[in-house]
Design a binder for this molecule. Sequence first.
Ligand code: HEC
Length: 473
Amino acid sequence: MEVFPVNQYDPLMPGILMAIVAVVHVFLAQFAVGGGMLLCYFQWLAMTGRCPNARLFVHGYFKWLVLISFVAGAVTGVGIWFTAIQVSAPTIGEMIRNFHWIWATEYLFFLLEIFAGYLFYRYHRNISDAACLKLLGMYAFAAWMSLFLINGIISWQLTPGGWIDDHWIVAGFFNPTFWPSLFFRTIVALTLAGLVACIVVNTMTKLDQEEKRTLINYAAHLLVPMVLMPILGGWFMLAMPEDSRGWITGGSPAMTLFMNISVGASLAIGGYAFIGMFLQKLYINGATATLLLMLAFGATAGGEFVREGSRKPYSIRYWMYSNGIFPDEVAQMRKDGCLANDPYPLTEGTKVAGEITTRGAKVFRRQCAVCHTVVGINGVTDLTKTWDEEQMRMNFAKLQHTKPFMPPFAGTPEELESLVRYLKWVEHGDDSAAEAPLDEEALANIQKWLDAAGTEPTSGLHQRSDVVMKGHR
Ligand code: HEC
């Protein structure tokens, strides 16, 4: 396997950077999907005479949608690719290698979305109502198809399902979390569109309070499907691997926190929507709508963090570890080392004391940097502050037992010892201790612990099919 180095952004962890870009993009993209459906609904309301002001609304809302989905959505979409190749080129590589036709198809739908959106934007004043609805329908369908297609690839990362056994693309695409995730995201999309609609209505100065209230009550219809969220969330959780489920339900404090943020924020929005907007038909002003939208952003962020985080130690479950190493490479890498095929120098300006610490820093970049920093968020020097060298050696050698969401260590005893030296050097800055010749006894101990730990992951072992782990490249 070719090596692509992780770009380090201390004190920001690469995974966090990726998550931030992804959350913003997902939020915008889901809004675009829901926006298309909302516009179809309001166009229909206007055409059938149910709500004459809906026409005014459609034109006003569309400008926002174009601005947000075409400009910000497209820019952050490119941003995801750009960030992902800095953080985990091997993962992106596998996603493209296995699903290139799906990506290509998705791109066609994106073009269709832009095409239909542009025609509507340009000609909606000159064409018939029916033609407007057709264009909006085409726009909404294309946007939703993008979601449909990308959802297959993203959910495959967490639950590759039968794909693991025979690499059948259909099994990978329609994997165990495909449907719950698709339905859930569609509902989120409708919710976001409905909330943005409430904000947009408040900016429509031509309407009086009563007319605005009518529009808002129609927009609230898009929030009704939220009642299905608990069922879909439960379905998703059941389809998840058992250990991932364990982490988000208490096993990992951070994951559980994000999970609770997501559920709590969704409940708050759903509760307000149901009681306020639906039962009591309240008017919601721009400030309240903005607040609800911010809650929705929090829910999205929490949800995406959980989805990304619960895949650990894999970036593609059972198939590739988060650090881009394949499970079946580990045994060989224990003999050859993880730097054997890593020709990349350290980034200019990386501080080291000499040869050993240079090796240590490279081992860190190859095996740890995707989830840790040296001294920053989830910084390893901080996590090991109370450990002596011997404890570090042992806990790194048994990495997958130290925490089940870490992959097994994939390198030689010399590499592990260099990593320990490097981290201690960063902490204490003692050059001569860091670069002293390696101690044979320490290396022998490391070898003993590596052997005791084995090369299998602690997590997800029971479901991995050993047949496929061989000969996939
Ligand atoms: C898949 C992501 C991932 C990779 C790769 C990874 N870690 Fe971790 N590691 C974590 C997470 C998440 C934690 C939990 C942090 C916490 O509890 O705050 C953790 C915790 C730790 C801890 C603290 C353990 C404890 O018992 O307190 C140490 C030390 C550590 N990692 C070292 C490493 C080293 C060294 C490497 C590379 C050889 C590495 N990790 C690779 C995700 C990872």
